[in-house]
Design a protein around this ligand. Structure first.
Ligand SMILES: [Zn+2]
Length: 293
């Protein structure tokens, strides 16, 4: 199978509030189709500091897709198809810890997936089975680079680790749920990091997350229970900080390096690709093109 030309090296997935990357030069929108359906919307290709970037707004134009409706598989597939090897996934989160304040940025290092099976969580099916390592959901090479860039950008307090618990939503948690997640040691709560990170791992993309703290969820009795309008207010400030962090990251991160993430699939396939049908191989396309066979 011949490789398509690389249109972009770095992907940025924008979450609530981050619907565009205004700092991209020569920006143009492309419609990408995938065997897993259309992505959330057109992908914006552009450049910053000589790096070719692909931006996708996770919830689509006008924020029309609920977390359960976000076509994460199509988004990740589309980025891979464009040549993306590294990506930053930005998401709005609630804080489950007093020290993670609204307005802070968290470069999470762990993920607990409490989504409920509504979302496509794997590319592999129809006779092709893969069990990928996911002990460390985010790229160990990329994460410190993003932390350092976000700190240099000085847009907000930056926390260099944290566990993100991903719920199905779209409702926020009950107080009992919020307390339960705190008792488990979770740090931030959101609705979109999973299964997106799992799909990125399957696609061999180095992924790092950037969580923007908007509120204290509902566990703090002295705080008002979280509402969508409160989230929106802090989100506006967070988006400015996130854009500064991303701009600094793009301007300073070294060109894509070899990384274990790119080869994660090599020893994870239990099925022999040679025996898989042409249909499924064509469908998996860029996901399996690097796998030795
Ligand atoms: Zn990596």
């Amino acid at each position: 199978m011949s490789r398509k030309p690389v249109e972009a090296e770095i992907g940025i997935i924008g979450g609530s509030g981050l619907y565009e990357l205004s700092m991209l030069a020569d920006a143009r929108s492309v419609d990408v189709s995938t065997p897993f359906g259309p992505p959330s919307g057109p992908i914006v290709l552009g450049e910053l500091a000589g790096r070719r970037v692909a931006f996708v707004s996770r919830h689509g134009a006008g924020h029309r897709l609920s977390p359960s409706e976000v076509p994460a598989a199509a988004n990740i597939y589309a980025l891979r198809q464009l040549g993306v090897a590294e990506a930053v996934a930005v998401s709005a989160v609630g804080s489950l810890r007093a020290e993670l304040r609204p307005g802070d940025l968290v470069v999470q290092d762990q993920l607990v997936d409490l989504t409920r099976g509504i979302r496509r969580a794997t590319f592999f099916e129809a006779g092709v089975v893969a069990h990928l390592p996911f002990a460390d959901p985010y790229c160990a090479r990329l994460r410190p680079l993003l932390v350092a860039a976000a700190r240099r950008a000085q847009g907000a307090t930056v926390h260099d680790s944290g566990t993100y618990v991903c719920i199905e939503g779209p409702q926020f948690s009950s107080r009992a749920e919020s307390e339960l997640y705190r008792s488990w040691g979770m740090d931030v709560i959101g609705m979109t990091a999973a299964p997106e990170a799992k799909l990125a791992r399957e696609a061999g993309i180095c992924l790092t997350g950037l969580a923007l703290v908007t509120d204290y969820d509902c566990w703090r009795r002295d705080e008002e229970a979280v509402t969508a309008s409160m989230v929106a207010d802090t989100m506006r400030r967070n988006v400015v900080a996130a854009q500064a962090a991303i701009a600094e990251f793009l301007a300073t991160a070294p060109p894509a390096q070899p990384c274990d993430c790119h080869d994660a699939l090599d020893h994870a396939l239990l099925s022999d690709l040679a025996g898989a049908g042409e249909g499924i191989l064509a469908r998996l396309g860029p996901i399996v093109e690097k796998v030795p066979r």
